[in-house]
Design a protein around this ligand. Structure first.
Ligand code: PAF
Length: 279
C-alpha cells in the first residue's frame, strides 16, 4: 500500500490503473478511522478493483469556533487499518497541496434548501467546505464510485445533489451507520467523550428507536412523535435539533412516511453528536 501526498503523483497512479481498465473506488475521510470507515472500505473493495482512501482534515469545513486544531490526527494507526483492509493507496495531502491559493478559492455552494436546516444552521459554511473538497477529490482521482456513510445524512444528500447538478461522472454509494455494541453511532468525535458521557450518549439512539417504534405502530403525526420521543434524551444533553425531512431532497414532510429522515444533534459539554434513522 502506498501513501501519496502529492496530487500529480496520485493522478499518475490513477491514469495507469484506468489504462488497465481498473475500476476505482474512493473513500473520502478525515482520518481517525474507526469501524464505520472500515465498513465503507469493505464495501468499496467489493465494488471496485482498486480502492483509494483519502485522509485530509479539511480546514475549510470547520468554522473558527470549531475543533479543527483538536481533530484527531492518527495517520500511523489509520495506515495499519487501511493496510489490513487491502486498500491500494492512501491519498493524504496537506493543506498547501489542496489549497495552494487559499485566500482566493473557488467554492462550491450547495443549494440554500439543502443548507438552511439541520447542521447547516449551526455550522455556517460547513457544507460549502465539504462540497468543495469532495469536488476537488473527485477531480483529482476520477473515481468510478465514492462511498459515504449515512451517518452524515445531510452531507450525503448534498453530495448526491452536487454530483447530479454538476454532471460529475461518479456513483455515490451510501453505506449504513455502524454502531457500537450498545447502539452508539461510531464517530471520530466519540474519542472526545468520557466513559460516563458515552453512556449518556446512548440516549440519542433511544430517541430514534422510539420514533421508529411509534411509526411502526402507524403513528404518522411527526410533531407528536418527535415531541414524545425527545424526552428520552439524557438531560446532560442540550438538544440542537430533532427533525424530520425527506431523506433525498431534505424537503419538509407533512407526515411521517417511508424514506423520512429523522435526524438528531445534541451537545454534551463541548462535544456535539449527530445521529439519524431513515424510516
Ligand atoms: O465525512 C467526512 O469525513 C468529511 O466531511 C469528508 C466527506 C471526508 C470531506 O472532508
Amino acid at each position: 500500500m502506498q501513501i501519496i501526498s502529492n496530487i500529480n503523483e496520485i493522478r499518475k497512479i490513477v491514469k495507469k490503473w484506468q489504462k488497465n481498465d481498473e475500476t476505482i473506488g474512493l473513500v473520502p475521510t478525515m482520518g481517525a478511522l474507526h469501524l464505520g470507515h472500515e465498513s465503507l472500505v469493505k464495501k468499496a473493495k467489493t465494488q471496485s478493483s482498486k480502492v483509494i482512501v483519502s485522509i485530509f482534515v479539511n480546514p475549510i469545513q470547520f468554522a473558527p469556533n470549531e475543533d479543527f486544531e483538536k481533530y484527531p490526527r492518527t495517520l500511523e494507526k489509520d495506515s495499519i487499518i487501511c493496510q489490513d483492509n487491502n486498500v491500494d493507496v492512501i491519498f493524504a495531502p496537506n493543506a498547501n497541496e489542496m489549497y495552494a491559493d487559499k485566500n482566493n478559492l473557488t467554492i462550491i455552494v450547495p443549494p440554500k434548501n439543502y443548507q438552511n436546516k439541520l447542521c447547516g444552521l449551526s455550522r455556517n459554511g460547513h457544507f460549502d467546505g465539504v462540497a468543495t473538497v469532495v469536488a476537488k477529490l473527485f477531480n483529482i482521482i476520477h473515481p468510478d464510485k465514492a462511498f459515504f456513510g449515512q451517518k452524515d445524512a445531510q452531507q450525503l444528500a448534498i453530495i448526491k445533489k452536487m454530483v447530479l447538478d454538476l454532471n460529475m461522472p461518479v456513483e455515490i454509494v451510501s453505506c449504513p451507520i455502524i454502531r457500537d455494541e450498545n447502539g452508539l453511532a461510531l464517530s471520530s468525535r466519540n474519542s472526545y467523550l468520557s466513559a460516563e458521557q458515552k453512556i449518556k450518549a446512548l440516549s440519542l439512539n433511544k430517541v430514534l428507536q422510539k420514533i421508529k417504534e411509534m411509526y411502526e405502530k402507524n403513528e404518522t403525526n411527526h410533531e407528536k412523535v418527535l415531541k414524545r420521543a425527545s424526552i428520552l434524551l439524557d438531560e446532560a444533553f442540550d438538544m440542537e435539533y430533532l427533525e424530520a425531512y425527506d431523506a433525498n431532497t431534505l424537503e419538509k414532510i407533512e407526515k411521517l412516511r417511508n424514506n423520512t429522515l429523522i435526524a438528531i444533534a445534541a451537545k454534551i459539554g463541548n462535544v456535539r453528536l449527530i445521529d439519524n434513522i431513515i424510516l
